[in-house]
Design a protein around this ligand. Structure first.
Ligand code: SAH
Ligand code: SF4
Ligand code: F3S
Length: 476
């Protein structure tokens, strides 16, 4: 059947990987209702912007994008503009009042309602659904992979967050934490593998608190009934289930919370060659008083013990970090504690920000945002400079080593080179020769920069590519 006359949907995503994964669920819901996705916004009957509220500048970027979209709407009077995701959830109908071109506002748990909301707009109304849910995980919806390299894919394993870090807007925009049925996760990963994908990243705001007990809001393991407990699946178990799909399928996950990561998870990582040696373990600060004020529920020593434990159980495990500079009341000494924690931990890389007050959060209600902007920026620069120095040094130390790279795409800089990531999640570039996308290639590192390794292929990695080591034939 020809697919002519299908209506066209253009989706643009901002923010974290969970938002990008959600857009792929949205694409499936819309496809089932007669919409094909397009990469050309000017071709579209509907434009959806999946938004992020994590920092003020994330929201500003989206406001600027909406201003640009006014031109599209002028050219096409029928164009429907929908705001999805965290900013929709945070601002609700206010967003419609402030941004006149917006027709639909829909929060992260209401995507199944999108076809209905579009129908309301077709009837000449504006439409909104920002209800949060205690159960929704879109478990059985197979995401439509958008802008995919055909090699790596994200899989959402849980939604929401119950942690209430005082600086963070996510619990307000994404609602209560709930885990997705593990069978649907394994099925999705297996189908990806069968379709030629070689790497899945299991996604959640706090994957270590994943716990399936039959569905519904997060419960403490101790509070489960005997029956629930018998069938319960925690993150370590889920990781094993996904790792066992096939030894040639790489498994990654993000994000780990220092308060929740367990030895069981570390042992599972060590046991399976295809579970990558990489943990994103945000510290946020290196000072215990600030960590307490952030409501992170661990202190500097606890964090350091976790890093030590990781290095004990998985010696070549890369660790990355998130840091916030200039949180409320942070002194110069306390900032120095962050620098010294970074120095001690030797993170392979970090995502670094200065504190941005978010309306409605505990910190906004209770603490003054009292570190002046120029001080926040200066502290952030010191943090970034230090991280760059550490990353440069750590990558330099990999020169001469052989790493296994999963080829993802052509290098952006040269069509003669491949780009992929090594087990430790560091971007690695090497000449293509006859290697192909989706293959695991052993690469000897010859050069490095702050953000990447550069080398030359020495051959296919037999174990990860599932190549049998040939036994010599014996004729009796
Ligand atoms: N769930 C993850 C983090 C998700 S948000 C975790 O707990 O680690 C990603 C990062 O954005 C956070 O780790 C934090 O470093 C940063 N962030 C969150 N809120 C922020 C704020 N108000 N100002 C600056 N950075 C913030
Ligand atoms: Fe935000 Fe904390 Fe939840 Fe991460 S764990 S999403 S920082 S509240
Ligand atoms: Fe942003 Fe929402 Fe993710 S606020 S970081 S898109 S959960």
């Amino acid at each position: 059947m020809a697919t002519v006359n299908k209506k066209q949907l253009y989706i643009e995503s901002y923010g974290c990987a969970m938002n990008f994964a959600d857009s792929e669920v949205v694409a499936t819901i819309m496809a089932e209702n007669g919409y094909a996705t397009t990469n050309d916004e000017h071709d579209a009957d509907i434009v959806f912007i999946n938004t992020c509220s994590i920092r003020d500048n994330a929201e500003q970027r989206i406001r600027n994008r909406l201003t640009q979209l006014r031109g599209n709407k002028k050219r096409n009077n029928e164009l429907i503009v929908g705001i999805l995701g965290c900013m929709a959830e945070r601002l609700k109908d206010k967003l419609m009042e402030e941004e006149k071109l917006v027709d639909i506002v829909v929060g992260p748990d209401a995507y199944r309602d999108l076809p209905g909301l579009v129908a309301e707009v077709d009837d000449g109304a504006k439409a909104i659904n920002v209800l949060l849910s205690l159960e929704e995980t879109y478990a059985e919806i197979t995401p439509t992979r958008l802008n995919s390299n055909g090699v790596t894919a994200f899989i959402s394993i849980m939604r929401g967050c119950d942690n209430m870090c005082s600086f963070c807007v996510v619990p307000f925009t994404r609602g209560r934490e709930r885990s997705r049925d593990p069978q649907t996760i394994v099925r999705e990963a297996r189908e990806l593998f069968e379709a030629g994908y070689k790497e899945v990243t299991l996604l959640g705001q706090n994957v270590d608190s994943y716990l399936w007990y039959g569905g519904g809001p997060k419960k403490d393991f101790k509070k489960l009934t005997d029956e629930e407990r018998e069938h319960a699946v925690d993150f370590a178990k889920l990781l094993e289930m996904v790792a066992q799909i096939d030894p040639s399928l790489r498994v990654r996950f993000s994000t780990s919370h220092p308060k929740d990561i367990t030895d069981d998870v570390l042992y599972a990582m060590a046991k399976y060659e295809n579970v990558c040696n990489y943990i994103h373990l945000p510290a946020q600060s290196g000072n215990s008083r600030i960590l307490d004020k952030m409501n992170r529920t661990y202190d500097r020593e606890w964090y350091m013990q976790k890093v030590e434990r990781i290095r004990e159980i998985i010696p070549d495990c890369a660790i990355s970090c998130d840091i916030i500079a200039g949180f409320c009341t942070e002194t110069e000494e306390e900032h120095k504690d962050t620098l010294s924690l970074m120095e001690w931990s030797q993170f392979d890389f970090s995502y670094m920000y200065y504190y941005s007050e978010r309306p409605g959060t505990l910190a906004a209600r209770k603490f003054a945002d009292d570190v002046p902007l120029d001080v926040k920026k200066r502290r952030l620069t010191e943090i970034i400079d230090l991280q760059n120095e550490i990353s440069r040094k750590k990558n330099k130390a990999r020169e001469g080593q052989v790493v296994t790279v999963l080829v993802e795409a052509e290098s952006k800089r040269s069509k003669d080179d491949w780009m992929g990531k090594c087990d430790q999640h560091i971007v690695t570039i090497f000449p293509k020769e006859n290697y192909k996308k989706g293959e695991y290639v052993d690469v000897i590192i010859e050069k490095s920069t702050t953000t990447s390794l550069i080398g030359k292929a020495v051959g296919l990695n037999k174990t990860m590519n599932g190549i049998q080591i040939e036994e010599e034939a014996v004729n009796l």
